[in-house]
Design a protein around this ligand. Structure first.
Ligand code: IDP
Ligand code: MG
Length: 151
């Protein structure tokens, strides 16, 4: 068992389309545990730092415009192998390659409007969590249902 934390973001299209509840419901039903959440408008500079690995690519300016176009829900969630687990639940970057049953596969059409971000590995999870949250914004808490999700 590897209890991990991952950084997730419901992007502006998820908020504008009223899909926060639908997406959060899937993550909660999986049994993952929320440890931090913040509803915010991302400043341009923070969006550029978050997506620094894509700087210089053709889609970068459009990506920054999209990510700063409205409020987002930034979160940290915890669970067994959650980093890869959430990547599977999200589906591939291009929703047309994401199977039905995944968030992007069920609910989105285009790469540029793919609803959700999730860290792609332990280093990026750590980097992204620290970029968006202070320690006091992250809750370590016990949930009485935990033993029904993880042995
Ligand atoms: P990921 O979100 O699945 O990790 P990345 O390749 O890291 O995918 O790309 C980050 C985000 O940049 C994507 O989720 C998507 O919003 C946007 N993006 C990536 N490639 C394109 C593209 O070709 N056109 C438009 N947007 C793109
Ligand atoms: Mg990525």
């Amino acid at each position: 068992m590897a209890i991990e934390r991952t950084f997730l973001m419901l992007k502006p299209d998820a908020v504008q389309r009223g899909l926060m509840g639908e997406i959060l419901g899937r993550i909660e039903a999986k049994g993952y545990k929320p440890v931090a959440m913040k509803f915010m408008r991302i400043p341009k500079e923070l969006a550029e730092r978050h997506y620094a690995e894509h700087k210089g690519k053709g889609f970068f300016p459009g990506l920054i415009e999209y990510m700063t176009s409205g409020p987002v829900l930034v979160m940290v969630w915890e669970g067994d192998n959650i980093i890869m687990g959430m990547r599977s639940m999200m589906g591939k970057t291009n929703p047309q390659d994401a199977p039905l049953g995944t968030i992007r596969g069920d609910l989105a059409q285009q790469t540029g409007r793919n609803l959700i971000h999730g860290s792609d590995g332990p280093e990026s999870a750590k980097r992204e969590i620290e970029l968006f949250f202070n320690d006091y914004e992250i809750q370590d808490w016990k949930r009485s249902l935990d033993p029904w999700f993880t042995e």
